[in-house]
Design a protein around this ligand. Structure first.
Ligand SMILES: Nc1ncnc2c1ncn2[C@@H]1O[C@H](COP(=O)(O)OP(=O)(O)OP(=O)(O)O)[C@@H](O)[C@H]1O
Length: 754
């Protein structure tokens, strides 16, 4: 007999009013105020409904598919209820306030136009201004293609190239590309990949080690991880592989991973996309709770239900790169009404706003954008709180008292004469003076348009604040990052062994096939050409397997690297070093297996052992050179382009190794002969087998004349008798080094110059 909680009649998800119609009818423009007064909004409404109708039912031994589904639904609803309860009482780490203000933010892209045959620039954000404040959950909304993700990319510092404007953090000008700015926030992308082979506990511990370093004890980290996971309702998934989590759980895990370092600012791109209504509501409730602990939370969202919409504190609406509304969610309907856009009763305000944005209600969007700007400045002036005022007073005391202010004085919030006069400190005669002083202090920063990519002024105040979060966390050292990433790669390799086994098996299999095709060709003077083809085919095979294995998989790694590197898990150096520390030995192992099998079957191993060692070394170097090229191509080109450009490059280089004499190559392409690692590998391999004073080959008695009995004759015939092994080895070593260096430079540019 099993006792299961059964949530009757009212489904928590329905109550929460996920997306679409149900929610729209559940919560409308007309009743939004009434519901606020009743205090039954979003999460609270949900928990109440689920909680009030919970009862216990017995399930029998024979359970039908429908009842199993029902039980599962009930369990989910029960968990959801518990999760909502947990969020309501969650005790996230407090966070010091970080307010971000931005003005005249523009973003333009520059790309080549084939029809116009020149580079053209296109402005995507057209001088946006606004603020994201601590303790507030802000939604960025707008029609598709309006610029929501772009705004998030710019504000998080993810995009810095082509960005101009002013950004202030707690009143201090700051460049979005600066380390200080980046340390304040984390960015959770819509399609974050979470290393599916790792368990929740493992990835959390890995992130904790990387982000928090080793000053903190492991036991404390584990306690922190358990705390965060339980707050996010993921404690029951502790030992589950992240690949097996549901969509909502993955989003929560992505948030949990970033909460380890407790960033004051969290940007999320469409955190609710792809979630069902209850998961969507849980996710927003979680963000709301985080905001209430002092975090500044900004996320883009598509068509929220009315209930979810009202869980947000503020709304920032983008239309075609302009701001159409910014302010409190509850002020949206009155604002639109002021513009003669009356939201019908029983209509979701979010839907109505989007309808307006796409031009369904025949309004002049330019007027709306103008009105939004006016409202923003009016709001900003009205937002002077006691802290702002005391800041003004302290600063102005010096100025009014006759002391000279330095040019680098902190900027002051704009303030009106009325506001100053309401403050008793100022005598009437001082008020105008104070106002002038504020204007003068603010003028240089407010009017000048500064590129965000360069730090425009020293960041004062921020470093002096008694704020632990703003101090850079001491992350793991270079060596520890390398070791942790190495461990991570080994765990993933152990759990995802199929691909690795396939690589090993294919080398063994083709080694047997080639060995069988060219059986016993190695030591006979009559089959020298056969052995020549075997050697060429071997190098060709090893070059392709070395290159294609990484060309196809590396772009996937780059996606993960971008997210983790941007959120400061680790640096590029240890990451790349750990990657090649695994890939180089593995590819070498595959090559060695192939060579051992095929060399034995072709009877090439009946000669001196040092020749086989040379051949093995050259084959491994050729394969690793191709692999290094593969990393470079994978890092530089999109996969679709890389899969055919990679082989084309390999073919071009191989042409100069096979039956091509240097004197036959047109001077235009001779550089390729010199640079061809394939040519170096193949010629080196031929020299290892037939060069270096190899004695005469066996000529069977049945054959009257063996033209290539002397290996020297053969090499002369092929015009490769002057091969220097050291040159071949050096060329391939240089190719490996240079291509890895170029890959790192390309990755660095991709990660830092977006
Ligand atoms: N790198 C780029 N190259 C060309 N156009 C771009 C680039 N980045 C953004 N855009 C354009 O800028 C506009 C805004 O894009 P963005 O992705 O920010 O829109 P969005 O509001 O997030 O859309 P959605 O809701 O569909 O995700 C789009 O028209 C897009 O085509």
């Amino acid at each position: 007999m099993t006792l299961l909680p059964d949530i009757k009649a009212t489904d928590a998800a329905t109550c929460c009013g996920g997306g679409g119609d149900a929610s729209s009818s559940a919560h409308s423009c007309g009743d939004s105020l009434k519901e606020q007064q009743n205090g039954c909004l979003g999460i609270n409404c949900c928990s109440l409904a689920a909680g009030s109708e919970t009862s216990i039912s017995e399930s029998g031994s024979s359970v039908s598919a429908t009842s199993v589904a029902k039980v599962n639904n009930n369990l989910n609803a029960f968990r959801l209820h518990n999760y909502h309860e947990a969020i309501a009482h969650a005790n996230f780490a407090q966070c010091d306030p970080v307010d971000i203000e931005f003005s005249n933010v523009r973003y333009e892209i520059r790309k080549f136009s084939f029809p116009e045959r020149k580079f053209v620039t296109k402005e995507i954000l057209h001088g946006l201004q606004g603020n994201f404040r601590s303790g507030e959950l802000t939604a960025i909304m707008g029609p598709s293609g309006a610029g929501k993700s772009t705004l998030l990319n710019v504000m998080s510092g993810f995009c810095t190239t082509g960005v101009t404007g002013n950004i202030r953090v707690n009143g201090n000008p700051m460049a979005t590309s600066s380390d200080r700015f980046r340390q304040l926030s984390c960015y959770i992308h819509q399609d974050d990949l979470l290393r599916p082979q790792l368990m929740v506990s493992e990835i959390m511990l890995m992130a904790a080690h990387l982000k928090l370093g080793f000053d903190m004890k492991k036991a404390d980290k584990l306690a922190l991880i358990k705390h965060i996971l339980s707050l996010l309702g993921l404690d029951h998934r502790y030992n589950v592989l992240t690949g097996k989590l549901s969509g909502g759980q993955k989003k929560r895990l992505a948030i949990a991973l970033e909460l380890i370092s407790n960033p004051p600012v969290l940007y999320l791109d469409e955190p609710t996309t792809g979630l069902d209504s209850s998961s969507c509501s849980s996710c927003v409730a979680l963000l709301k709770k985080l905001a209430s602990q002092g975090h500044t939370i900004v996320c883009t969202i598509h068509q929220p239900s009315a209930l979810i919409f009202e869980m947000f504190d503020k709304l920032y609406t983008v239309v075609d790169g302009h701001c159409m509304y910014q302010g409190r969610v509850k002020e949206l309907v009155p604002f639109l009404a002021d513009q003669q856009l009356v939201c019908p009763s029983y209509h979701n305000p979010a839907d109505f706003m989007l309808e307006v944005a796409v031009g369904e209600h025949q309004c002049d969007l330019n007027n709306l954008i103008e009105a939004a700007n006016t409202k923003y400045y009016a709001d900003a002036k009205g937002q002077l709180n006691t802290a702002d005022m005391s800041h003004i007073i302290t600063t102005l005391k010096d100025a009014i008292g006759g002391k000279q202010r330095s040019a680098s004085s902190e900027a002051l919030p704009e303030v009106s004469l009325d506001q100053l006069s309401s403050y008793s400190y100022f005598k009437p005669a001082q008020q105008e003076l104070a106002l002038d002083e504020i204007r003068a202090l603010n003028a240089p920063i407010d009017t000048a348009e500064q590129p965000l990519a360069n730090e425009t002024a020293p960041v004062k105040g921020l470093a002096n604040q008694p704020n632990e979060q703003l101090k850079p966390v001491v992350p793991a050292s270079f060596l520890m990052q390398y070791l942790l990433l190495m461990k991570l790669i080994l765990i993933c390799a152990r759990r995802n062994y199929f691909l690795l086994l396939a690589r090993i098996f294919s080398h063994v299999f083709i080694g047997i096939i080639f060995g069988y095709l060219y059986m016993n060709v190695g030591n006979s003077a009559t089959s020298v050409l056969g052995n020549y083809v075997y050697l060429y085919g071997s190098i060709l095979l090893l070059v392709y397997t070395g290159k294609m294995a990484v060309v196809l998989t590396f772009p996937l790694h780059i996606h993960m690297l971008t997210r983790e590197h941007f959120n400061r898990w680790y640096k590029l150096g240890p990451y790349f070093l750990s990657l090649i520390s695994f890939e180089i030995p593995f590819q070498s192992l595959c090559t060695a297996l192939y060579i051992m099998i095929s060399v034995h079957l072709t009877d090439n191993d009946s000669v001196d052992a040092f020749r086989i060692c040379y051949f093995m070394l050259l084959a491994i170097l050729a394969s690793l050179s191709a692999q290094a090229w593969g990393f470079f191509v994978g890092a530089t080109l999109p996969t679709k382009l890389a899969v055919f450009l990679g082989p084309i490059l390999a073919v071009m280089f191989s042409v100069f190794g096979f039956c091509t004499r240097y004197i036959d190559i047109t001077p235009l392409f001779r550089w390729m002969w010199h640079l061809s690692y394939f040519r170096a590998g193949f010629h080196g391999a031929l020299n290892a087998i037939y060069g270096m004073d190899r004695p005469f080959l066996e000529c069977p008695d049945s054959v009257m004349y063996c033209h290539f009995r002397s290996p020297k004759v053969f090499l002369k015939y092929m015009m490769i008798s002057d091969v220097h092994m050291s040159d071949c080895i050096l060329l391939m070593a240089i190719v490996i080094g240079v291509m890895h260096l170029l890959t790192v430079v390309t990755l660095w540019r991709k990660l830092n110059k977006r």
